[in-house]
Design a binder for this molecule. Structure first.
Ligand code: ZN
Length: 146
């Protein structure tokens, strides 16, 4: 795998554009690696992009509930907070750290988006795990109440 741009030796950045994922050189504007598949964990090593994890879900009751719980405020304050703070950046950092943090935030049940778009496969895997977890929880609840 290339560590630097093979044209200008510039740094490489993870990128998603349409249905393409890859590593991109911002200096000369060339894709060094481009694929229809999400990127693998190895690509994180050379990715110099800084990703932001941003809180979303204004108007989503579950989201407000979670924020209220975490912050120790009531649900109305949480709703107000999401309305007034359009962009709450929870975390900013490289691809690897972003993955770890996104995972933690998902486990807490918070809704978020990553900017620029996160081109890694690992998040799709995590979503599957999450689905499994939720399914288990639902099944447990059904057992209790049936
Ligand atoms: Zn370049």
């Amino acid at each position: 795998m290339e560590e630097k741009c093979s044209y200008c030796k510039g740094n490489l950045y993870g990128k998603k554009e349409g249905k393409s994922y890859g590593l991109y050189c911002k200096t000369c504007g060339k894709w060094i690696y481009k694929s229809k598949e999400l990127l693998k964990e190895e690509e994180m090593e050379v990715d110099k992009e800084e990703y932001e994890i941003i809180l979303i879900g204004e108007g989503n009751e579950k989201q407000m509930e979670h924020i209220a719980q975490m912050a120790g405020i009531n649900i109305y304050m949480a709703g107000e907070y999401l309305r007034t703070q359009k962009e709450v950046v929870l975390y900013k950092g490289n691809a690897k750290e972003t993955y770890k943090n996104a995972r933690n935030i998902t486990e807490k049940g918070l809704l978020y988006k990553i900017e620029p778009e996160y081109p890694y496969e690992i998040l799709r895997k995590m979503t599957e795990e999450e689905k499994e977890k939720i399914t288990k929880k639902i099944l447990e609840k059904i057992k209790i109440f049936s």
